[in-house]
Design a protein around this ligand. Sequence first.
Ligand code: TYD
Length: 219
Amino acid sequence: MAKGVFITFEGVDGCGKTTQSKMLYRALPQSGARVFLTREPGGTDGANEIRRLVVTGKPGRWDPMTETLLMFAARRDHVERFIRPTIAAGKWVLSDRYVDSTVAYQGYGHGIPLPKIQQLHRLSTGNLYPSLTFIFDIDVEKALARTRVRGGSENRYEVMGLDFHKRLRKGFKEIAHENKERCVLIDADDKVENIHRKVISAINKRLGLKLKPVAVEGM
Ligand code: TYD
């Protein structure tokens, strides 16, 4: 059986990656792929319990290293119980956030040294990286304005301040520049359908597919 493909979506809060991951999820079956859409922190029952601990409550609820370990505990459960077996069964996994978010948020945002994050990634996931990562780049003030409209209680990171979010944007851009064979940096200050077209054209080029864009639906 052909090995499945693992693709991730990354960027600052409010960058539009969730919308884009859902559109690619609808587009991919054209290629005959069996596709699953998941997210982090979360994706399994155990990881969803950890998610609640990190995305709700006061910004200073965790010290940065504890927060990093919680992210990796959630990720390990997700990788072991869902991502790895699903890919091994020849299916495709799209994940709304993965390890690049830890590098950006806990590394660039909270100052955890990047080699420590890489070490924890090796330890907890056996160094599993996606084949392809889309990084959506947008002005953080515009992106945060979108998250305010959305509301809800999962806003622990959204209230961490503008400087924190600017560091995240810089982090994501550096990740894209340093990992060009894996990452595609997409200008996300555009209409949903235009960004989707950029995603489709990148995936066709990188993975040799002939996907057509799908229409924006119920958003
Ligand atoms: P997410 O559900 O993607 O939020 P949004 O849709 O607003 O982008 O992610 C929840 C939050 O968790 C998000 O603010 C980023 C944060 N996060 C980290 O800080 N480190 C990580 O490793 C991951 C996966 C997420």
